[in-house]
Design a protein around this ligand. Sequence first.
Ligand SMILES: [Mn+2]
Length: 391
Amino acid sequence: MLERRAASVTLAVYALGLVCLPHPAAADLRINSPVLGAAADSLDDGPHIYWQSDSSAIVFYLCDGAVQTRRFPVRDTLSFYGFCADSLTRYVVAARAPDHQPHVFDDVPKIFAVSDIHGEYEAMVDLLVNAGIVDDDLHWRWGSGHLVVVGDVLDRGDKVSECLWLIYRLEQEAIRADGRIHFVLGNHEVMAMQGDLRYVNQKYFDGIARRTKIMYQDLYGPHMELGRWLRSKNSAIRLNGIIFVHGGIGPHIVERGLSLEEINAEAREHIDLRSYQIVFDDTPIFWYGSGGPFWYRGYHEPKEGWYSLATPDDVQAILAYYGAHAVVVGHTEIDQVDRLQDGYVFGVDVPLHELGSFQGLLWEHGVYYRVTGSGERQPLAASAQPSPSSP
Ligand SMILES: [Mn+2]
């Protein structure tokens, strides 16, 4: 009897939390959390924006361990300053859902690609500053250049929201400068949207999710701004004849005769599938299994039962199908940014904790460069011959 009563009290508190959360008066609401894995202020997170209706948005944070929420009436644009340590940051968000992004560009003057940031905000900032993409105040300074984030900003690290909002804001600044940011989805973006939470940093479970009672995957749901924004992104793009895709385009994709447009459309349609559909239906297994563009590693290694190691001829044939001459991939870690497969493939997923920094791939005037964490440009020779100084 006592137990049952305790349970009903807990339920009442839970319901109160849900009812009160959207109201500004609930800003001080604290939901009891008996055990926290870390100091409360290290669990801060936000902003998260829930589009409650066409004319009303709810912005919420976890600040110093407490849930902060404000409801905003919205006509065209939601604009607010951050509620927490980000109080100097102004967020500007269009009420209208973003259009699906274009996936082919030619005549791009310069391209910079980075991938697998995984919530490592400081390292991402260091690379972007040192590479000259942003200034010291983190504003876009790369003019008409195109920055490609080749997937996997989410999971592992504990500053995922910070990374996403920086990309979000820079995307707006880049467009005003006639530049562009392309956020190409990785398997970890898709996993979060689908509720595969195996790699989520514990901070988010202990913090924002536990305190708000909003499930982590719902922070990226279709009615949330970041979820809406991610759902507008592509999974494979082509800039100046160079394909950018998180895992790679393997033979399964070409066998199906899928165009880039179809890859993007199908991936977008499949993002909100449920786990039973992913397990039992044929097409999702193809998309979210090892042969799909988010997971493929065949440019680097074989996978039994799925694909063999691609040869340069295989890659060239795949690229020819897409009117491309090179492909840039993340997802599979290599020692440093480098050219593979006789120069048809460039890998940009590097081990941050070994190198001490991220690296990027720069394309300018037809030449590819590795850009180190300190901003040094190292040309990646078109020839497979080792340079004379190499042992
Ligand atoms: Mn990945």
